[in-house]
Design a binder for this molecule. Structure first.
Ligand code: GDP
Ligand code: MN
Length: 386
């Protein structure tokens, strides 16, 4: 789950990361009021769940409360397009009004889970700021990494190594190690999958300050973080993914292709997406209905896929283990009764009760494209999608 910058800053500061003074505003008048209270100059920052706001025009400087109001009125309600939002952009509903900071250096600091080592990795770079993606691509040696043993935690020596590597020496060494330790504590305490400060600045009066903040929380840990669930901003989430959650579909992730997939089991869903790619196509989603013997789960999966205008063909790939193929076949039949498909549907069934499942489909005489093997099913789906 993603949260906004102002929320991430709140969390980080609770753990001891220094952040600029500021508050969030939903109207230009509020922004003016906050600027008055904080003292000018201020910076007005669009709050959306995507980076690249600076380059997209979502960040403005203001020297007076009136200018803050004016900047906020330009940003609130705007459709902000950045390299991370896609061409449709995001409508901005709130701005963060913060004291303006004079920076002498912009660094990068981030923590993610490294899947290779299965450990948190703390990354730091002297070349922070709005072009960090280019730095990572063109000169990866400028990004320094410390892999953390999760049982030992973030040891001060790792902090010192990163601090020296990024030029945070002298008077900045101790605050740098403290800041990294604080960020790591926030990362683990909140079950984050990402905690990032870009830029982390050295101010003109030689303090460290998190000028930007980003945190993603592992969805699988939300059950123990009601305080994070409260921060959810549904306007920022994909409407089909939200609907899938409400319908209780195992797991659904929207992708950019045109072949809608209904599969049981995450591994089989991955294999199905690979098979589609290999056949020259592109999956429109990842969808794992899970191991369920529930006709409505299948019907709901069809509801999501038929609501997605980019889906040009649907591929159902089921391998019944604990799940029964006859129940899923009944779901396919019921879905056809309940809604107009509008696109070709390819079905491949195997496993428990497959014979009964086949009979249910034959008796229903639906216009389905049938396949026996997975490769064959993928090829037929790619062909059907055009
Ligand atoms: P992003 O573009 O979405 O990553 O948003 P950031 O919060 O990182 O802001 C982008 C850039 O705006 C930063 O790299 C800074 O150069 C600039 N910026 C943000 N806040 C301030 C501020 O308080 N003072 C000054 N001078 N620049 C700022
Ligand atoms: Mn940033």
């Amino acid at each position: 789950m993603k949260i906004h910058e102002y929320q991430a800053k709140q969390i980080m500061s609770e753990y001891g990361v220094p952040v600029p003074k500021g508050r969030v505003a939903a109207t230009p008048q509020e922004a003016r009021q906050i600027a008055q209270e904080l003292g000018v100059p201020v910076v007005i920052k669009a709050q959306i769940h995507a980076g690249g706001r600076g380059k997209g025009g979502g960040i403005k400087l203001a020297d007076t409360p009136a200018e803050a109001e004016d900047a906020a009125s330009q940003i609130i309600g705007m459709r902000l397009v950045t390299h991370q939002t896609g061409p449709e952009g995001r409508i901005v509903k709130r701005v963060l009004v913060e004291e303006q900071v004079q920076a002498q250096r912009e660094l990068y600091l981030g923590i993610v889970i490294d899947s290779g080592s299965g450990r948190p990795v703390v990354m730091a770079s002297e070349a922070g700021g709005v072009d960090i993606e280019q730095v990572a691509a063109a000169s990866p040696e400028k990004i320094h990494k410390a892999f953390v043993d999760p049982f030992a935690g973030f040891q001060p020596y790792l902090g010192r190594q990163l601090a020296f590597a990024t030029g945070l020496t002298g008077d900045l060494l101790r605050p740098a190690v403290q800041l990294m330790t604080a960020l790591y504590r926030a990362f683990t305490a909140k079950d984050a999958s990402l905690a990032e400060i870009n830029p982390l600045v050295v101010t003109s009066d030689n303090r460290l300050l998190a000028l930007d903040a980003k945190m993603n929380i592992d969805d699988n840990a939300l059950f123990r973080h009601s305080e994070i669930v409260d921060l959810r901003d549904r306007d920022e989430e994909d409407p089909l993914e939200l609907q899938a959650q409400e319908l209780g579909i195992g797991s659904y992730v929207k992708l950019t292709g045109n072949i809608g997939c209904v599969v049981n089991g995450a591994g089989l869903a991955m294999a199905t997406m690979d098979a589609i790619k290999q056949a020259g196509g592109d999956p429109a989603n990842f969808l794992d209905i899970g191991t369920v013997n529930d006709v409505s789960r299948v019907v709901n999966a069809f509801k999501i896929l038929t609501a997605d205008p980019s889906v040009k063909a649907i591929l159902i790939n089921i391998f019944g283990g604990m799940a029964r193929v006859d129940v899923i076949a009944q779901g396919v039949v019921d879905a056809h009764k309940e809604m107009k498909m509008g696109v070709p549907v390819v079905v491949r069934l195997a496993g428990t009760n497959v014979a009964q499942g086949e009979r249910i489909l034959e008796d229903a005489a639906l216009p389905l494209i049938r396949a026996i093997g997975l490769g064959e099913a993928a090829q037929k789906a790619v062909k059907a999608a055009g």
